[in-house]
Design a protein around this ligand. Structure first.
Ligand SMILES: Cc1ncc(COP(=O)(O)O)c(C=O)c1O
Length: 433
């Protein structure tokens, strides 16, 4: 159906129906895609053509091999979506067109067919092995990101008048608290805001409400780089601790039995965006408020083994490949050792720079995953990012709310990437000190 066209348009014969924002001509039809900028700002949508290119292009496209090579790839320090293991990408590529001889891609399969069911079952089984998850817990593969869980948790666990406790160690914990305000009565029992989210509280200082339905923490604050190294004991009646583990999920062993719920968006450590993993103690399922949308009701998803509606099939498949890879590496003990080594050399480089680089986070709670740092001479930060990008180290800019730099060094960031960054930082300092 598609015919030759310019680089930013498609020619179609007999299109089925014109739709908003696209211009059609009869017979041989030219579809002109709207300009990217106008697309969002102009409600009538412009007919200007747009083309898609790589805005962060770090190499001459004419030299890029049609068969992907590792030398074509950058070290991607993005906070999420984030770098994925090369061997996982290659495996996904080799199976993209024809999954294991079934004549179609995972993207084209029925989610209720035997093939996809085997994929999701294996993903769950491998995740259970990795985190030693007992049969007291359900593992759900959902959609909507961790943000959706900010609402789903109070909706499933609380009545509107129930109190719940939130420890807020960064922006994500704060967002979770604010969303919960719509569905129950949350209290912030500790906030690190006045200290710019650089600390984790002493657990003895927490004034937990014994009547709270649960205690909520964000195990690793992605923006501020603050990570719980151990976990508070919930003092509420049912002993329920809930953790947003989006940015340190599967980065180290975790005793799942300490938690009522662990949830995580996949797009940092275990897969592409679009998949949200919820590990939930079975006795917490089945009490959702009447107003809970069906898509947020844990019982619906647990009863239907995450197949109530069409799940993000391809994303779940890639998560499965990542879990397999983590098991092949020797499991999460081995993965944690690698993560500790990477974090150690990066923090040492920052602390050993005589103040040229600074990390504001309390040393005892620095994240192994997200390393924020600033330059003493903040006017050099743009140059730092520019030069690093030229050296194929990308996405080092800190979150817009805190500025500075942030290197996210998730499981899939190789040691070589961190070593290269550290060598660059030393060289940059030598040239700019
Ligand atoms: C710790 C944490 N929680 C929640 C979120 C929100 O996740 P999502 O965008 O998948 O809703 C993020 C995203 O970066 C995060 O880092």
């Amino acid at each position: 159906m598609a015919m030759a066209a310019s680089s930013n348009s498609l020619l179609l014969k007999n299109p089925s129906h014109p739709s908003n924002g696209y211009s059609f001509k009869n017979s041989t039809t030219k579809i002109i895609f709207p300009s990217h900028n106008n697309y969002f700002s102009n409600p009538t949508r412009s007919n200007k053509p747009f083309s898609i290119t790589c805005a962060t292009q770090v190499q001459d496209r004419s030299t890029t091999n049609s068969t992907p090579q590792s030398q074509d790839r950058v070290f991607n320090f993005a906070a999420g979506p984030a770098t994925l293991p090369e061997n996982v990408l290659k495996k996904a590529e080799s199976e993209l067109y024809n999954w294991r001889g079934c004549g179609m891609s995972v993207m084209e399969m029925s989610h209720r067919g035997k093939d996809f069911v085997s994929i999701i079952e294996k993903a769950e089984s491998d995740l259970r092995t990795l985190l030693n998850i007992s049969s007291d817990y359900d593992v759900l593969f959902l959609q909507g990101g961790a943000t959706t869980q900010f609402a789903a948790i109070p909706l499933n666990l609380c009545n509107p008048n129930d109190s719940v406790d939130y420890v807020v160690t960064g922006s994500w914990g704060d967002k979770a608290f604010k969303e919960a305000q719509k569905y129950c009565k949350p209290n912030v029992i500790w906030s690190g805001k006045s200290e710019k989210y650089t600390k984790i509280p002493s657990f003895d200082d927490l004034e937990q409400n014994p009547d709270a339905k649960y205690l909520h923490i964000c195990a690793n604050e992605t923006i501020h780089g603050v990570e719980f190294k151990n976990y508070p004991t919930p003092k509420n009646r049912d002993g329920i601790l809930i953790a947003d583990m989006s940015s340190n999920f599967c980065s180290k062993p975790v005793d799942v039995s300490k938690f009522g719920i662990i949830y995580a968006g996949a797009q940092k450590n275990v897969g592409p965006s679009g998949v949200t993993i919820v590990i939930i103690r079975k006795d917490l399922i089945g009490n959702a408020q009447g107003i809970t949308p069906v898509m947020l009701d844990y019982k619906i998803h647990a009863d239907n083994k995450s197949l109530y509606n069409t799940p993000p099939c391809y994303g779940i498949y890639v998560c499965g490949l990542v879990f397999e890879d983590l098991l092949n590496q020797g499991g999460l003990e081995e993965v944690e050792k690698k993560n500790m080594k990477k974090a150690e050399i990066l923090y040492n480089a920052i602390d050993g720079s005589g103040g040229f680089y600074r990390c504001p986070v309390d040393k005892s709670v620095r994240s192994l995953m997200n390393v924020p740092f600033t330059l003493e001479k903040s006017e050099l930060e743009a140059e730092f990012i520019k030069e690093a990008t030229k050296e194929k180290m990308v996405q080092l800019k800190g979150h817009r709310s805190v500025g500075g730099m942030r290197a996210s060094i998730y499981n899939a960031m190789p040691l070589a990437g961190v070593e290269k960054l550290v060598a660059f930082m030393k060289d940059f300092q030598a040239r700019h000190a």
